[in-house]
Design a protein around this ligand. Structure first.
Ligand SMILES: CC(C)(COP(=O)(O)OP(=O)(O)OC[C@H]1O[C@@H](n2cnc3c(N)ncnc32)[C@H](O)[C@@H]1OP(=O)(O)O)[C@@H](O)C(=O)NCCC(=O)NCCS
Length: 163
């Protein structure tokens, strides 16, 4: 699989993929993720913020994508703000390929910790299992965070020099 920076022309495909996961309405995808893709394509994001896509082969369609960045309020801590794979490709490796790419980039930047936040809802149990399998530990929950009865679940993984 190939992981590389997104092309500006692929914004619509990235937003459609995010909507297909069921986590975003079209409006939310445009407002929350479209702005990030635009800013990245125009070199307007802060240093080291990255939007990367996963393809099966050079020039192929996007099968997954991620947005990750250093945390500007902590030392050598990075956040994975979004990772998503086309539903028909779930369980076939793109998520792991994307997360491995992020981990390598963070290690090369001498990052110490990667933080990933998600929700406690049942339909996101796949994401929580995915993070656990990738070596992330649940560090805590904030009740009623996203909405009443929907908690934020915080995962992290610390790196020494192992990545
Ligand atoms: C979570 C997500 C990114 C995982 O990507 P993926 O390409 O399906 O995952 P992979 O195929 O690379 O799987 C990697 C590992 O996680 C495991 N895994 C993936 N989905 C799983 C599931 N539903 N249940 C249990 N394990 C799962 C795989 O078995 C694999 O483990 P292995 O290496 O031991 O075989 C993807 O399912 C997704 O996009 N979900 C919807 C969007 C989402 O929830 N994003 C996170 C927002 S917080």
């Amino acid at each position: 699989m190939i992981i590389e920076p997104v092309q500006a022309s692929e914004k619509a495909a990235l937003l459609a993929l995010a909507v297909d996961t069921g986590l975003f309405s079209a409006e939310d995808a445009e407002g929350l993720l479209g702005t990030i893709v635009d800013s990245f394509s125009n070199n307007e994001l802060p240093s080291q913020h990255a939007v990367v896509v996963c393809r099966d082969f050079q020039g192929g369609p996007v099968v997954g994508w991620s947005y990750f960045a250093p945390d500007h309020y902590a030392e050598d801590v990075w956040n994975v703000w979004w990772i998503g794979v086309a539903p028909k490709r779930h369980g076939t490796g793109p998520g792991r390929a994307l997360l491995s790419f992020v981990e390598k980039a963070v290690a090369e930047a001498r990052g110490r910790v990667i933080v990933i936040e998600t929700s406690d809802q049942d339909f996101l149990s796949c994401a929580r299992k995915f993070y656990t399998k990738a070596g992330y530990n649940e560090r805590g929950r904030i009740p009623d965070f996203y909405s009443k009865d929907e908690s934020k679940v915080i995962f992290s993984r610390s790196f020494k020099d192992t990545v």
